[in-house]
Design a protein around this ligand. Structure first.
Ligand code: GMT
Length: 377
């Protein structure tokens, strides 16, 4: 059996897919016997129950009076080095380049080359931040100096090479779902409680940032609902929410749309849906589409970024040009009107999620990367 490792993990603990993936990976590693040390400002929100191999180290920033901006990044780097030294970490695995990969670079300078740094890129850390001249050179340094770099889609690997003008190897580590948690759930009682009747359910889950193009979800839904009585369920919160509420009111759809806010039990919530919508402008992967896929819910979305690597057009969902809500609605109606097609697509979704994006496959892949950087292949 491979030697068990001591792994430090830093991620954004309270938001986004990157935090979810980092936390789920940490849980899987701990379950397998590795010792996992989360280093962050808060306990990761998906951490859940107590586990003997999981530790949490809190980064506490002092708000000293000369600081206009309390230096979280420096405190984090120092904490990473402290934990690495005290716990004798083998690997520091950071998720999201800014500032985590830069902090890990600093921590490694303090500890020495025996501490290996693995950086996972998730999307906006490259597609948005690496275009910012005030950060670009620092991101390039942190990526070039990491012992291994991984990214969550081929598209993100390509974009990282292009935007940062670098040539180093980047491993492909697709997002994954734990099939023990993500599977189709029973929803009859919930539908009755909500009073959905025979209405079809269209769902969108996100952080409601402009990049998600939530207006396109509403527009597509209006076209679907005009043909087949449907409900639109929004899960999550974010800056574009007020704008969307206005759009819904203008279209006279208020009684067809439900805002569920932030929800923890995503597999149960997603199972309510007939279709998940992901019409993003940019999306390095689209974890929510995978979560839906694992629960047998097809995605209708845009051909942006890494989405086509996940959602196979005509097999596990349908993809249209960014902003083409007419085509998206057309695909949705095609699916909703054809129960045989819908059933086939649902089965293909579950099959693809369990085989191509399984927890076992991705856990093995990350472990191989750790052993490789440690020279223990
Ligand atoms: O989707 C978001 O805006 C959150 C963001 C994050 O940083 O957590 O998600 C990014 O990472 C996810 C996990 O790897 C990917 O599934 C998302 O596609 C990616 N978001 C974007 O590229 C916009």
């Amino acid at each position: 059996m491979d030697k068990m490792l001591k792994i430090g993990i830093t991620c954004y603990p309270s938001l986004g897919g990157s935090g979810v993936v980092a936390t789920e990976l940490g849980k899987l590693l701990a379950e397998k016997g590795h010792e996992v040390h989360f280093i962050s400002h808060s306990v990761p929100f998906r951490l859940g129950t107590f586990h003997k191999n999981i530790f949490y180290h809190e980064v506490e920033v002092n708000d000293y009076y000369v600081f206009k901006y309390p230096p979280y990044d420096l405190t984090l780097a120092n904490k990473m080095a402290q934990v690495a030294k005290m716990q004798q970490l083998d690997v520091l695995h950071v998720h999201y380049a800014v500032p985590h990969a830069v902090c890990a670079f600093l921590a490694k300078q303090m500890i020495g080359d025996h501490l290996k740094v693995v950086t996972t890129l998730h999307g906006t850390d490259i597609t948005v931040l690496a275009q910012d001249e005030s950060l670009k050179d620092l991101i390039r340094l942190a990526i070039n100096e990491s012992d291994a770099v991984t990214a969550v889609s081929k598209d993100l690997i390509r974009e990282t090479h292009e935007l940062l003008d670098i040539t180093r190897d980047i491993d492909l580590t697709y997002n994954f779902v734990d099939k023990r948690v993500y599977y189709p759930r029973e929803t009859a009682q919930l539908c009755e409680d909500f009073g959905f009747g025979d209405d079809r359910i269209i769902m969108h889950i996100s952080n409601f940032r402009p990049v998600k193009r939530v207006g396109d979800v509403v527009d597509t839904f209006a076209r679907i609902n005009a043909e087949i009585p449907s409900r639109l369920l929004f899960v999550g919160e974010g800056p574009d929410l007020p704008k969307i509420q206005w759009q819904i009111q203008e279209l006279g759809l208020t009684d067809r749309v439900h805002f569920l806010g932030k929800q923890d039990d995503i597999p149960q919530v997603i199972s309510l849906a007939d279709i998940l919508m992901l019409p993003s402008e940019k999306e390095s992967f689209g974890l929510v589409a995978l979560e839906a896929m694992a629960c047998g819910v097809p995605t209708i979305g845009s051909q942006a970024g890494g989405i086509p690597e996940l959602v196979i057009h005509g097999e596990t969902g349908y993809l249209a040009q960014i902003g083409d809500t007419e085509a998206m609605a057309g695909y949705a109606l095609q699916l909703l009107r054809d129960p045989v097609l819908m059933q086939r697509v649902r089965e293909q979704c579950i099959q693809r999620a369990q085989t191509e994006f399984s927890n076992e496959a991705m856990l093995n892949k990350y472990e191989q990367i750790y052993y490789r950087v440690l020279g223990r292949e």
